[in-house]
Design a binder for this molecule. Structure first.
Ligand SMILES: C[S@@+](CC[C@H](N)C(=O)[O-])C[C@H]1O[C@@H](n2cnc3c(N)ncnc32)[C@H](O)[C@@H]1O
Length: 169
């Protein structure tokens, strides 16, 4: 049986992982050193949990995902069995546990009402997002300001889609 095809695909997959690790490095660059290792961290729209898996590799243990797609959750559970993931829509998640960090990565197309509702329910210290704000017409800075958050991370143009906020004490 010829395995060249599969060998090539492994390279592609590994390259993809490397690219994604580099993406995660950029996303967390200006904040990760301020996160305690025992922070509770939630990703909204966590997909197959790749980013949460990245944080696990960095030593964080209290990680949670919310993901509406059952197929993505099942993949995530197989790859990262120690990361609990709620298979539900954001609007149905019960914010009863304390969270220190919440972020979304390419999932901010969730509507404005949902975002405001969850921010209102949580007292999380850090909120981060990556989005193409030219496409997603949502003034996240203005909305978070209403809930006492200040932008802490101003990036150069090529990383402008990344925004991190911290709640004022
Ligand atoms: C572009 S993907 C990004 C996945 C992940 N953040 C990553 O970068 O690997 C957006 C994800 O958000 C999920 N999603 C979209 N709307 C959602 C909602 N209202 N509640 C929960 N998950 C949602 C989708 O199912 C999808 O997996």
């Amino acid at each position: 049986m010829k395995i060249e095809k599969w060998e090539k695909q492994v390279d592609e997959v590994v390259d993809k992982y490397r690219e994604r690790d580099a993406e995660c490095d950029i996303f967390f660059k200006n904040v990760i050193d301020d996160f305690d290792k025992d922070f509770s961290i939630l990703e909204i729209g966590s997909g197959t949990n790749y980013i949460l898996g990245y944080l696990q590799k960095k030593g964080f243990t209290k990680l949670i995902g919310i993901e509406a797609s059952i197929n993505r959750v099942l993949h995530g559970v197989m790859d990262y069995p120690d990361i609990p993931t709620y298979c539900c829509y954001l609007k149905d998640y019960d914010f009863k546990y304390h969270l220190d960090v919440i972020y979304t990565y390419s999932a901010l197309f969730l509507n404005k009402k949902d975002i405001c509702k969850f921010i209102d329910k949580t007292t999380c210290k850090y909120f981060g997002c990556f989005e193409n704000f030219k496409i997603v017409k949502f003034n996240v800075d203005k909305e978070l300001k209403k809930f006492g958050y200040t932008k802490i991370d101003d990036r150069p143009v090529r990383h402008r889609g990344i925004k991190w906020f911290k709640r004022n004490d």
